[in-house]
Write a protein that binds this ligand. Structure first.
Ligand code: AMP
Length: 414
């Protein structure tokens, strides 16, 4: 028996219907903020991720699904969508008339991680990328939009964590200070962090192994390396959130696992015990465009883990899936091929909006009624002589009418 590869899953039935609704809500919210959808390939040149996400990140270093195609090109299943979307923005010259572009997406990402609850090897992200606007009030607006999505989904009990990484120059100065500091403590660092010391010392701060050690606690603080401009940019974001009465936690350890961020970074973390996880992660990335060969265009975005949203919704309401059924509106109870052809003819007309079904194998009226009720059908239609008998399963009313009158009956209902 074949099994889905480790860390992957099939989506079907009520799960799929719930997911469809979740994703629709997400798209509906961001459309109100002017975002339009984009779909890019699920694989890209490997180099795209190495140059953007960074080869010091776990995502590229350990988790990337990389392969060569038949012509020897090095390709990778996308581990995230920011870099592919920026690639598309540049390649399609989307900036030509107006650099401002607001794009939203939904699709799978792939990371070779150790599977566990809320962590998969193929998972789905909904996200937004906004190019061409640099303004701290807009950054606050992006965070507010993420909160708006969660609110529309009915998710409660989460906290917003924010931090600033400062400008690139601030980051470079800070990285140098960290390098000097950690170089004196090499022996106490894990193997990964020893490597990070050369490639990106900032990432030592969110190491899962060394994270709580005194060496990290006593390390230089980014806050001491932020320029006036960076601080005032961050301050305006906080003031905007304050004036809209949005609570947040300032989290100096929040550096995010990808290399391209600057200034604001944020995460929304679920407080629920059953799904304690980062639901949303995002930040500003002003240099990614130029780094990938485009112009100097400031951008900001975030991604939401759709499975984590679904797990959180299920933790909040363990019966949630019961609300997601493939309901039928009109069920036809037939007892011969002749009647089934008649039913097909009527269903062709009604399927202009109504979900219709009939039995294709002879079954008793009672068995068909049971089937109709199981799928929450509103009407059950059977045939007698040349007439149709329509039974309203909610009001229990029954009426006998011709096929033409039946179609009129439904036309009037619309
Ligand atoms: P990241 O690009 O790592 O910030 O991821 C953005 C969001 O995607 C996270 O906040 C999670 O909700 C989700 N996510 C990341 N990795 C996984 C994974 N392996 N399985 C499921 N969801 C994930």
């Amino acid at each position: 028996m074949y099994k889905a590869p480790r860390g992957t899953f099939d989506i079907y039935g009520q799960e799929h219907l719930l997911r469809d609704e979740v994703v629709n809500v997400m798209f509906d919210v961001v459309k109100m903020y002017g975002f339009s959808p984009i779909t890019t390939p699920i694989f890209e040149e490997s180099k795209l991720f190495i140059r953007s996400v960074g080869d010091s990140s776990d995502i590229v270093n350990k988790e990337i699904y990389e392969f060569s195609d038949k012509k020897g090109r090095s390709l990778a299943l996308r581990p995230e969508l920011t870099a592919p979307i920026m690639r598309s923005y540049i390649e399609n010259k989307m900036y030509a008339q107006d650099p401002i572009k607001k794009l939203c997406y939904y699709g799978p990402s792939f990371r070779y991680e150790r599977p566990q609850a809320g962590r998969y090897r193929q998972f789905y992200q909904f996200g937004v990328e906004s190019m061409g606007i640099k303004n701290p009030i807009y950054d606050a607006q992006m965070i507010i939009m993420a909160l708006h999505i969660l609110e529309q989904l009915g998710i409660n009990n989460f906290s917003l964590h924010i931090n600033t990484l400062g400008s690139n120059e601030d980051r470079a100065n800070y990285n140098k200070a960290l390098k000097d500091y950690f170089s004196n403590h090499v022996d106490n660092l894990c193997e990964d962090c020893k490597h990070r010391l050369d490639t990106n010392p900032l990432r030592i701060l969110d190491c899962k192994i060394d994270g709580d050690s005194d060496i990290i606690k006593n390390a230089p603080k980014l806050q001491d390396y932020l320029s006036e401009d960076s601080l005032s940019y961050y301050q305006t974001i906080k003031q905007t959130l304050d004036s809209l009465e949005i609570t947040y936690i300032e989290d100096e350890k929040l550096v995010r696992g990808l290399d391209y961020y600057n200034d604001i970074v944020f995460e929304i973390i679920s407080d629920s015990d059953d799904a304690k996880n980062t639901l949303v992660g995002g930040g500003r990335y002003d240099n990614l465009c130029s780094q990938l060969g485009g112009e100097n265009i400031s951008s900001i975005g975030f991604a939401i883990g759709v499975e984590r949203i679904i797990n959180t919704l299920k933790a909040q309401n363990e019966n949630i899936l019961e609300n997601y059924n493939q309901d039928i509106d009109v069920y036809f109870s037939t007892s011969s091929d002749e009647e089934r052809i008649q039913a097909l003819r009527i269903m062709n007309q009604l399927r202009d909006g109504l979900v219709c079904e009939c039995n294709y194998v002879d079954k008793s009226y009672k068995a068909n009624l049971k089937q109709a009720l199981k799928h929450n059908a509103i009407f059950l239609i059977s045939f007698e002589d040349d007439s149709a008998i329509i039974r309203n399963l909610k009001t229990k009313e029954e009426e006998k009418m011709s096929e033409r009158d039946l179609l009129n009956y439904f036309n009037k209902l619309r």
